[in-house]
Design a protein. Sequence first.
Length: 567
Amino acid sequence: MTSNDDYVLEILREQGLVTPEQIQRARSGIVHEGVSVVDNLIKDGTLREGDVLNALAGQFGMEVVSLKDLDLAPELRDSIPVDAARRYKVIPVFKSDESLTVALSDPLDFDTLDTLRYLLKRDVQGVVASREEIRAMLDKYYASDASMETMLSQMDEGVDVSMSGIEQLFQAAETSESDAPIIKLVSLVILEAFKNRASDIHLEPLERRFRIRYRIDGVLHEVDSPPKRLQSAIISRVKIMANMKISEKRAPQDGRIQVNIMGRELDLRVSTVPATHGESVVMRILDKQNLALGLPSLGFFSDDQQTFERLIGLSDGILLVTGPTGSGKTTTLYACLGQINRPDVKIITVEDPVEYQISGVNQVQVKEEIGLSFGGALRSILRQAPNVIMIGEIRDLQTAQIATEASLTGHLVFSTLHTNDAPSAVTRLLDIGVKPFLVASSMRAAMAQRLVRCICQECKEECAPTESELKLIGAIAKQIASTQLFRGRGCNKCALTGYHQRRGIFEMFLVNDEIQRMIFDKVPSSELRVRAREMGMRTLREDGLRKVVSGLTTIEEVLRVTMGDIN
């Protein structure tokens, strides 16, 4: 609903619209990362979106308007460019000689208003409207008018977007001359995603249109989409490229595509899921060049990097990397393997799926359909006498037990867990069923991480933190009160977002003798966290704010990814 969920919940609670019990129930009901508690409360009927908008608008002195009967005159519509209206999801509602009033759905989105003031070179004021009404107005007045021919004309003749190996043979057997425009269109979609540094391409069939979105620096951006009538042909083309069954539309499928774009070899991991209005397709773009950057590119400061290099240089034990989906855990593990990948070290990985192929590393693909699970694969690879084992994810007791036993018999084990913070990795292992003495003896460290967007260096400018930001970061605000902070103004390089690329923020939980005793005694993770902080552990938010002070990112971005962090 908004960018600062906890702050909004506090406002709603103070106004009596929701109780702490309802908030906790909605919070525990969140299954997917990125879904806000407010959205959950609206979905389950506890709150109405109109009540939320009225409460927030009143808090910030903004007016709530209805756009249902608004008829945008051409002069008013043209006061905001199409790309800006769709990117920032705003609708102009009133225009004077000196100012422009726009409707937006998030009263706390002050950055959008500041960006529009800069882009339009005029004063911009905000009013509040529902997301559905804004979306309908965007579709009505700011719909993409790019025809298929226009989109195809953007494709440079000299750009190579080609498949390689067996995929080319499969393509030749399944396509005809009449398919050429669709082939070129799909190539254009992949090319534009690559140029925009997207990590994912989402092809989403909706009721009346076919939506394409790119995930850039962790945030989804909608782009100009082809007509709905081309939906079936585009999805079929992607399935051909990924060597999937075109006729199978009722069951999910997975596949891979290898393409060459402008001299770069890319792997695309493709997933299809049957949805209400057609098959939803997601293509994850895997660029091997990202692996060559190593540990320094992950975002460690020198002190944390030294600690982490010491950990991955150990001869045995378990090192866990934790965080939600999309927080860069697998990339961190690959960087670890790249750091220690030497001729005298045998490394074997068990993954589902194998995302990147690394020279010199033995990588095992899990295949549940033939009985090759994580646990089964682990048993087999231990007979291969590896020095280092990387497990894609510890999901069950069997995998966890074999991993801990391997670490106690002279193997260094890397793996991931889905937990919110580093000390909770201990609780997660105990909940799975691993004995406390095994966890205490085998675990060397757990590192939680998140990815924050970096300030674009081309449009970087000085700024001052807002009162709401200082309030949200609490006691830490005193440490940065006298520090000069920065933000991205928005430029062509960063697509007007103010951010370019991402780096990690980290929370390192080191297991020493005292922590081992606490784990053995089944001390709750909250007490482990308190003691670890007393011994010098920095939380995710504290590490993030170190990077705010250094000019790498913004307070808003750190708050976005650490709202659940307890200071």
